[in-house]
Design a protein around this ligand. Structure first.
Ligand SMILES: Cc1ncc(COP(=O)(O)O)c(C=O)c1O
Length: 388
């Protein structure tokens, strides 16, 4: 079993998080807590399967075998009690490109696409680069935490938006949407005939409660749902570029496949195939241990901040390994906070405003790392706070 305490040096491995942060943050002495990948090795069966491909040594053209489809649908059944047929799945080289292609296939230039900020920031570019109209349905902050503003969502749908990009579980705030919340969204999407693209890339990373696939909730309604999933966040395989879309409507699926063909998307690679298959077939025990480790890390961050930096507040995630921290108590503007985090605390973390103006005063840190890595980051934060 994996030792999650073990620190593996990622410097000089062309890691985006560790080697390339100076490009973004303008300094080379920061402690990286940004990019959503993990500082843990992928499970051993994945490494073994990839090693076998290396040993074979031939990397010619490759196709995804039916065993990968079987392993994928088997995983969805086991984890979410979700019955998905192999032929509902279309593999894609990443969730972000998949969403871009879904937007291109099912909407026209100028059409409204709804996002729910603060949200995973590439959603903005996905809508705007495709010349669609960005429609914002900001999350609502309540006494109990963040939730969907259904009243506002209805207004936006009524006004003619064509598509909703749902982030479920939600990055960066860590909400795992309840069946009730998803049902309300499905009802509205049905009434106003809105496509729902449900980005469920974090679905396996549930710390508290249960993930419900939106498509399951929408199954008995007339809602056109496309679900984006991947083993990449779950098993730390992001650079292998394997994800997939689950379709509920075969006509739409054909339209999407035709679009991918026109764009020449779809050269598969054998490392991704064997890694995904091994992860889905043999990675469950590893995943359960990972989740336990991340839960403890989240608890640690919460206690540390409550004890040492009471002006900050940890929004405990129900899902993902990302932690949303409320720093509004410091009374700093976006620019001041950014400078303070970089120059005083020497941290490279995700500043909240990049997820939308609603994220102003918040930051997102990544807890998928050995405890000592997390401790170093928090120590820097505490020191900067005490010296302020
Ligand atoms: C909500 C969400 N969608 C998509 C991605 C990235 O997906 P991919 O690397 O498959 O394009 C991320 C990565 O952080 C994410 O958080």
């Amino acid at each position: 079993m994996m030792d999650f305490e073990k620190v593996i040096d990622r410097n000089k491995t062309n890691s985006m998080k560790w080697d390339f942060y100076p490009d973004r943050y303008g300094a080379d002495d920061l402690w990286p807590m940004w990019v959503a990948d993990m500082d843990f090795q992928t499970p051993q069966p994945v490494l073994d399967a990839m090693q076998e491909v290396v040993n074979h040594g031939i990397f010619g053209y490759h196709r995804r075998p039916s065993s990968l489809f079987d392993a994928t649908t088997g995983w969805l059944k086991k984890r979410f009690d979700w019955d998905v047929d192999n032929n509902q799945i279309v593999f894609t080289p990443g969730v972000v490109p998949a969403i871009s292609h879904l937007i291109q296939t099912f909407t026209e230039e100028g059409d409204g696409v709804i996002i729910q900020p603060p949200v995973y920031y590439p959603f903005y570019a996905l809508v705007q680069n495709n010349k669609r109209t960005l429609v914002r349905n900001p999350l609502k902050e309540t006494e109990e935490g963040f939730t969907v503003d259904l009243e506002d969502l209805e207004k936006k749908m009524q006004a003619g938006a064509k598509m909703l990009l749902l982030c479920s579980p939600h990055n960066p705030i860590g909400r795992v949407w309840s069946e009730k919340e998803l049902t309300e969204i499905a009802k509205l999407a049905e009434t106003y005939n809105v496509f729902v693209v449900s980005d469920e890339i974090h679905a396996d990373l549930i710390l508290e409660g249960k993930h419900t696939p939106f498509a399951k909730v929408a199954a008995d309604r007339e809602v056109e749902t496309m679900t984006c999933l991947a083993p990449s966040k779950t098993f730390n395989l992001a650079s292998l570029q394997l994800s997939y879309v689950v379709f509920e409507n075969s006509r739409s699926q054909k339209a999407y496949e035709a679009h991918l063909q026109r764009e020449f998307v779809g050269i598969d690679n054998p490392f991704a195939t064997v890694a995904a298959e091994a992860a889905y077939r043999h990675g469950e025990e590893w995943l359960e241990s990972l989740l336990e480790y991340v839960r403890n890390n989240v608890r640690y961050v919460k206690e540390y901040i409550e004890t040492n930096i009471p002006e900050m507040k940890v929004i405990e995630p129900e899902g993902t390994y990302l932690i949303w921290i409320d720093m509004r108590g410091l009374n700093k503007s976006d620019k001041e906070l950014e400078n303070w985090l970089r120059k005083n605390a020497k941290l490279a973390l995700s500043e909240g405003h990049i997820f939308g103006e609603e994220g102003s005063g918040f930051v997102r840190i990544n807890a998928a790392c050995p405890r000592t890595t997390l401790e170093e980051g928090l120590k820097r934060l505490k020191k900067a706070y005490e010296n302020a």
